[in-house]
Design a protein around this ligand. Sequence first.
Ligand code: BES
Ligand code: ZN
Length: 419
Amino acid sequence: MLRLQKTALLVWLSLAGAAQAAEPVWISIGEQGYQQLKKINPAAQSRQSRLLAPDGALAKGGAGENVHLVQISESELPKLSDAIHENLRHCGGYIVHASRVEAEAALKGPAAPLAASVAPSYAIDNQATVKPLLPQLQDSNILGTIQSLSSYQNRFYTTRHGVDASNWIAGQWKQLAGNRADVAVEQFAHAAWPQKSVILTIKGKSNAAETVVLGGHLDSTVGSGTGEASRAPGADDDASGIASLTEVIRVLLASGYQPQRTLKFIAYAAEEVGLRGSSEIARRYKQQQVNVVGALQLDMTNYQGDAQDIFLFTDYTNAAQNAFLANLAKTYLPTLKVGYSQCGYACSDHASWHAQGYPASFPFESSFNNSNPNIHTARDTLASSGNQARHALKFSQLALAYAVELGSDGPAAKRLAQR
Ligand code: BES
Ligand code: ZN
């Protein structure tokens, strides 16, 4: 329902736990969420509203959405979350802002791209590299990673299990990195919570300043009451995405592939509480003027809800990069069927990159309406996805093709000279 903005602070969880001082707060909220709010508090009033039409929404026949600025009392936030969650199926339908000024900025849409950014070439010209790598991707490895991650009691961003799971991923990725000097694994610490994001970097050979990001979120949830003892396996949401990415890392590194651009694989902390981990990382990269030429999000890859195999989400994403992904699928995965869908709100970490003006895409397991009904419950287990990882394998294949085709381009001047 909302764009996650540079200045947005999604703090409803911490507010819910803090003293119920009934401080007034500014939120931005989509039309449907606003209607829920009116039911809870008929006196709540939209102070400003704007029709936001996310990238691609109009092209696909979508109408965009009215987003409102409302000032409400802190103490109403938990009730609002519950109402949105119960009645609109998904939460995350509003963003709390630090001030009215920040809230107003959020209504203006995504930040401008970096001045230095040039759209990358989406030519598909690395078949000799991609083709022999694809059959090396194994669903059995993906299955194993999902099994390991979903056997943590939960991976909530505040629990010790959530911290352990981040450390486990860092350990796995370090093993895959071995002792290559051009590969590094770091844990990105977040000031406001203990769970760290994990970043594996393969430094580009000739064009290291241009960066390609592939990510998924490592945390899991069963809602705002999630605690140490809660069971939140998150097998599909999003152990599957982390497992799909881990298999891409394994094959790329085992083959000795060296990219020209820098590749970054990121397991984001704290997605389930408002895209907080990815929001911090995307904001930091923008501040440091990191030239991210593309970001790919894998969140939920292992539950096939439709006849089509891969759905490209058209909102909060980049239309040109989405077309590139469709071409990659056509070229490298010709037996797969691609569909299109949308969340209708900033539903996963791709939206954090989009908000900073970076091209983002979100290939997803199904259409929005036919996605895994068990997420955010103790039933989000491997068994609920049929104890297989064949569906998640398709996303590893697409992600590997994306990483190599975008990762193999040298500096722009050279690219032009080669034409
Ligand atoms: N993986 C989900 C997003 C999702 C769910 C996409 C179903 C498509 C279909 C993600 O982890 C999530 O739960 N997002 C929240 C919003 C976020 C801002 C907290 C959601 O959708 O409620
Ligand atoms: Zn989720």
